[in-house]
Design a protein around this ligand. Structure first.
Ligand SMILES: Cc1cc2nc3c(=O)[nH]c(=O)nc-3n(C[C@H](O)[C@H](O)[C@H](O)COP(=O)(O)O)c2cc1C
Length: 391
């Protein structure tokens, strides 16, 4: 009796382990940043036979909101048209598609850096126009680039393209040298864009509490919460099918917690929001440097693209210095949401007061520091998915 019971239990245990093993495989528990969804990070240089279009392999590795990859390209000879793919939007989370256009700007920055390394001189025309709330979902022309044969340049920021990843984990208390911050500030040379770093404890604490307060507002807004949840990818199948969105491996959790989160059934949006708030308050805003990118008019399309280019450049440069970075754009997301809903807003004025720059408004907030752990790559769709063939 005892033997057969032990056998039965042993069988049940094996079945349970087998089941867990299957689920672990199915959910990609021990598979981090591997498989076809991550191949664009390896093939990022393409090959010389591709002509001007070769630079697009680098373009698609750019930062972009929630990894929506909201871009399309049409490459023909020396000409590259860049479009904002407005169907791939964050809904109420980005009602004016302002962040989407920052993301397109990030891709343009990578594209231009790659093109000059591959020996092209570039003429770029960036399209202007007002960003209006909930525009139609159809693609919109964002910029046109003409690439002519020129002299190949060397560029350490280009080399950083496959190493730049958003790091949502804890950062060390180690401060960033003022000279390094100055070097970063010096990269933003455009008259349209400014960057401000907040490293003194009082300003940082104020900025941190604005970010936490904005996060609370976002999770209290069901439309915003759902719009964000639509782009969260949990299991392996989800990642392989979509090749976009925020994946658990990039949420900034310690490895054991990320593995547990993949193994367990998906948590509901409310629980996920609570964890996001806690991470924001207890981890992500406790850093040596918070910062923001400011522009004259955050709802002007060309300006949003310029701000995106600035962020991509900053993040690439930070990567070359061994610094980790993460956008924390909740306060500006609330400025947009309040404007869309016709509500009073205090976030915009608070950001402007902290930046001490009259007549400039924040369009992007972020943190910088030395990461405790390296960040992993996020998925990317293949280049062929975002290329428009000429009809
Ligand atoms: C305009 C913009 C806003 C973003 N806002 C946030 C944010 O508030 N919080 C965050 O963790 N990441 C934010 N990100 C980072 C993206 O989620 C990230 O770039 C994307 O998931 C791709 O991952 P990667 O940067 O590691 O390649 C933002 C990126 C951009 C371009």
């Amino acid at each position: 009796m005892a033997v057969s019971r032990r056998l039965l239990l042993g069988g049940a245990g094996a079945a349970l382990l087998g089941g867990l093993g299957y689920r672990a495989w199915d959910r990609g528990v021990f598979q981090t940043a591997q498989g076809p969804a991550f191949e664009p990070w390896q093939d990022w240089k393409g090959n010389a036979g591709e002509g001007a279009g070769r630079s697009l392999h680098a373009a698609i590795l750019a930062a972009n909101p929630h990894d929506t990859q909201p871009w399309l390209f049409e490459a023909h000879g020396a000409s590259i048209a860049v479009m904002a793919d407005r169907g791939r939007n964050l809904g109420a989370f980005d009602p004016f598609r302002r962040e989407m256009h920052l993301g397109v700007g990030c891709a343009i920055e990578n594209l231009m850096r790659a093109a000059s390394v591959y020996g092209y001189t570039i003429n770029a025309v960036v399209n202007g126009g007002r960003l209006a709330p909930t525009p139609p979902d159809k693609p919109v022309a964002a910029a046109h680039l003409w690439l002519d044969a020129g002299e190949a340049m060397r560029d350490p920021l280009f080399e950083a393209i496959p190493h730049r990843h958003t790091n949502r984990g804890p950062y060390l208390e180690r401060p960033i040298a003022a000279a390094d911050l100055q070097k970063l500030a010096g990269l933003i040379d455009s008259a349209e864009v400014r960057v401000v770093f907040l490293s003194d404890p009082k300003a940082r604490a104020e900025m941190a509490s604005l970010i936490v307060e904005a996060t609370q507002h976002i999770i209290d807004d069901p439309e915003m919460s759902q719009a964000s949840a639509r782009w969260i990818r949990t299991g392996r199948r989800d990642v392989e099918q979509h090749r976009d969105g925020i994946v658990i491996d990039n949420a900034g959790l310690p490895m054991w917690m990320a593995e547990g989160a993949k193994l367990l059934p998906d948590i509901d949006a409310h629980t996920a929001d609570g964890q996001w708030l806690k991470m924001t308050r207890d981890v992500q805003t406790c850093v040596p440097v918070l910062g923001m990118i400011l522009v004259r008019d955050r709802l002007e399309m060309a300006t949003a693209i310029a701000a995106g280019r600035a962020w991509q450049r900053l993040h690439l440069a930070a990567t070359t210095m061994g610094l980790a970075a993460q956008p924390l754009n909740q306060p500006v997301e609330m400025v947009d949401r309040n404007q869309q809903r016709g509500r009073n807003d205090s976030f915009g004025a608070s950001l402007q007061r902290l930046a001490k720059l009259n007549a400039w408004e924040a369009t992007f907030a972020f943190r910088l520091g030395y990461g405790e752990r390296p960040a992993l790559p996020s998925p990317r769709r293949p280049l062929s998915d975002v290329l428009i063939e000429r009809g």
